[in-house]
Ligand binder design. Structure first.
Ligand SMILES: Cc1ncc(COP(=O)(O)O)c(C=O)c1O
Length: 439
């Protein structure tokens, strides 16, 4: 049995958490939740308390925790070998997974035929950008050195990926050393944009996650794709958050019949079990890298854990669950349940707007609805509501004052309602009074 007090002391002594103000985290009053077990949508902490996983463990989990097919697939592979180099060697699961991933796009005239594995969402995007830039450099268009990305975008934290991002707080030092990026706010900004020096446009399709679950207008993705094709600029889709059923279809781009030149996949790729990512691209791009080693066309990029066998086993397990449990067919009823739950939030005096895309919901908190008045930033109201929700048995994390509800796809309609109940009660409890800032 874990000793919660001793663990808390050790964790505060030695750990440094991502995106976390560590002085507050380490303050004596703060008790971190230590998760030790999971089953379906339920997570259990070191004290035995149970919580619903209201943000799919940071947008990764698809079929719930402890799914026997995925755990079984990982265990089976673990008994054979956990990891082998993908540099100069290969393994069966990588080939099987690449084939299945490509097959997910084959319904249309998919260009996506090549799969490059890496470890996380940032590297999946980074890889697409590096491929795009190198492709043009060695295929007759060396002037194509710039990228275009959107305001509010989030594409990860490696130096290249973060420089594409449109959230200033996250860009930090990359402001000075990242990629040259032209920033777009809306589709109209493409008019007058000089295309000849652009290598690629990068976008989170249908919805921007870290910007606070902001929906793109319907048709924007299609229009962007048309523009890219017209100007022969690569389209890179970052489906790190939206991939694998999250928006109601297997991939968000399928809702606007768009097939990009690159697609970045991570998070839900393994069902949320293992860190694995994939960048899919076309034969056109792939062929642009062929040649003798001395020609210098090789793609010199990769990581030690590329195509990790346990990750590939988990991903194949997850895709098997999609097929066997007909996960996509069950989504419309769950999405409808989430929509009906959001209606009662709309009625609250502290909710300016709710937004939904598939099983993703954003709820904007405000101090006053009419005229609209935000909470003071120091009040950290989104964090305070999520702390109260945690005490009511729901784990989720806000984006500033936007609450996020993103149940695993396996969540039942009843569980979605339970999650909404906890969040709703947390909002009403917290927003009426001004709580101290907390996690
Ligand atoms: C759209 C998008 N792209 C990229 C990333 C980065 O993924 P990772 O955290 O796995 O590097 C994220 C993470 O939230 C994301 O939402």
């Amino acid at each position: 049995m874990h000793d919660p007090a001793a663990l808390t002391a050790l964790e505060k002594k030695h750990l440094w958490h991502p995106f976390t103000a560590m002085a507050d985290w380490c303050a004596p009053g703060h008790e971190p939740v230590m998760l030790v077990e999971g089953n379906g949508c339920v997570l259990r902490d070191s004290t035995g308390r149970e919580y619903l996983d209201g943000n799919s463990s940071i947008w990764t989990n698809i079929h719930g925790h402890g799914h026997p097919v995925i755990t079984g697939a990982i265990e089976e592979q673990l008994r054979k070998v956990a990891h082998t180099s993908f540099l100069g060697l290969s393994h069966p699961l990588a080939a099987e997974l690449a084939t299945e991933l490509v097959g997910l796009f084959e319904a249309g005239e998919s260009k996506l035929q090549r799969v490059f594995f890496s470890d996380n969402g940032s590297t999946a995007v980074e890889c697409a950008v590096r491929m795009a830039l190198q492709y043009w450099a060695q295929n007759g268009r060396p002037e194509r050195v710039e990228l275009a990305a959107f305001e509010g975008a989030y594409h990860g934290d490696t130096l290249g990926a973060v420089s594409l991002g449109g959230i200033a707080a996250f860009r930090g030092v990359s402001e000075r050393v990242g990629y040259p990026v032209r920033r777009l706010a809306r589709i109209e900004d493409l008019e007058g944009l000089e295309a000849t020096t652009l290598a690629a446009v990068v976008i989170e399709p249908l919805i921007q996650g870290a910007a606070g679950m902001r929906l793109w207008p319907k048709g924007l993705l299609r229009a962007l794709s048309d523009w890219c094709q017209k100007h022969d600029v690569f389209l890179i889709l970052d489906e790190v958050m939206t991939g694998f059923g999250r928006t109601g279809t297997m991939f968000a781009c399928q809702q606007e019949d768009v097939v990009p030149d690159f697609i970045a996949l991570a998070k839900g790729l393994t069902g949320g079990y293992m860190p694995l990512a994939a960048t899919l691209t076309s034969e056109r791009v792939f062929e642009g890298f062929l040649g003798r080693p001395e020609d210098g066309r090789t793609f010199y990029y990769g990581h030690s854990y590329t195509a990790n066998a346990l990750g590939c086993a988990a991903a194949l397990g997850s895709l098997r669950v999609f097929r066997e449990e007909q996960v996509l067919l069950h989504l419309p009823a769950k999405i409808a349940r989430l929509a009906s739950e959001l209606k009662r939030f709309d009625a609250l005096p502290w909710v300016a707007e709710t937004r939904q895309c598939g099983l993703i919901a954003g709820i904007d908190l405000v101090a006053q609805k009419e005229p609209k008045k935000a909470f003071e930033p120091g009040q950290l109201m989104g964090a305070a509501v999520c702390a109260a929700a945690r005490d009511l048995g729901l784990l989720t994390r806000p984006v500033l004052d936007t609450l996020v509800l993103m149940p695993p796809l396996v969540a039942t309609e009843n569980e979605i309602t339970q999650m909404a109940d906890a969040l709703f009660n947390a909002v009403t409890m917290v927003c009426g009074v001004s709580p101290p800032a907390c996690f």
